[in-house]
Design a protein around this ligand. Structure first.
Ligand SMILES: [Zn+2]
Length: 273
């Protein structure tokens, strides 16, 4: 079997962990090239463990946390677009897309995964990354786009499939609290609710049950964000046995190798020899 290349594009260190950590681990374990591009170092994030970081060194600490996670997933070290956390909506879009096109032309992924327009919970940085990544995947193949990048090491490249990370309706329902209040992430005092995708819009489910230990350890690497005392450290067996932990969900956004008949179980479907 020839090696294929998977590239994930997210906004913050830890964005990869909860919904794609198992998928990244699985494809790396199968011997494929797996890369993660992260737009920021997550310096606007919280510090749940005050002894682990200060606001001054948080970007450095979160970079190390992501490096730790990538090592556990068995994927290449992370690449950063070097933007400011929380500021992605005011980044020059052409510049950001150009940076991603450059990386796509260098790494030459067959499959790219990123956020959907929902941004998982409407996070504006996530939505900006969705735009950049989907536009970059399209433009990377066009030699007239960013022609100054083209050289022997950097040629136009056609990404075959683009997938969006998605939370199925039933998963979002399962995340509600005991009173049935929908799950949300608080940002500047405002709740950002998790966005559910209708089940029939999910096109690909990856069974990561063989990789839940790496997924869990990857999550634990992001200690400033999840803390040392969380369900991921207190009841790891319970977490690893959960259906939603063992399955990761995607929506096919673009394909130039045809559309699947039914629900896919492999991001490389149609691409393997
Ligand atoms: Zn994020």
């Amino acid at each position: 079997m020839s090696k294929l290349t998977l590239m994930a594009v997210f906004a913050h260190p830890d964005d990869e962990a909860f919904g794609t950590g198992g998928t990244l681990t699985k494809y790396a374990a199968e011997g494929h090239h797996v890369y993660l591009v992260t737009a920021t170092r997550g310096e606007a994030g919280q510090i749940l463990e005050p002894d682990l970081a200060t606001s001054a060194n948080l970007p450095y600490v979160r970079e190390q946390e992501l490096r730790c996670a990538c090592q556990i997933y068995g994927i290449h070290p992370p690449r950063f677009l070097d933007y400011q956390d929380g500021q992605l909506t005011i980044v020059n879009q052409g510049q950001a897309v150009g940076r991603l096109v450059r990386i796509i032309r260098e790494l030459r992924p067959q499959v790219l995964i990123t956020f959907g327009l929902d941004g998982i919970y409407g996070h504006y940085d996530h939505i900006a990354v969705y735009r950049w990544a989907t536009i970059a995947a399209e433009l990377a193949a066009d030699p007239d786009c960013f022609p100054e990048q083209l050289a022997s090491v950097c040629q136009p490249h056609q990404v075959s499939k683009v997938y969006l990370r998605a939370l199925p309706e039933a998963q979002v329902t399962s995340m509600a609290d005991e009173e049935g209040k929908p799950a949300a992430v608080m940002m500047d005092g405002v709740p950002f609710y998790f966005v559910a995708w209708p089940e029939d819009e999910i096109t690909c489910v990856i069974d990561v049950s063989d990789y839940v230990e790496s997924k869990l350890r990857g999550i634990q690497c992001h200690a400033t964000q999840v803390g040392r005392r969380s369900r991921f450290s207190d009841t790891p067996e319970e977490v690893m046995n959960e259906h939603w932990f063992q399955h990761e969900h995607f929506v096919l956004h673009h394909s130039n190798v045809g559309l699947p008949d039914g629900l896919e179980t492999d991001l490389f479907a149609g691409l393997r020899e």
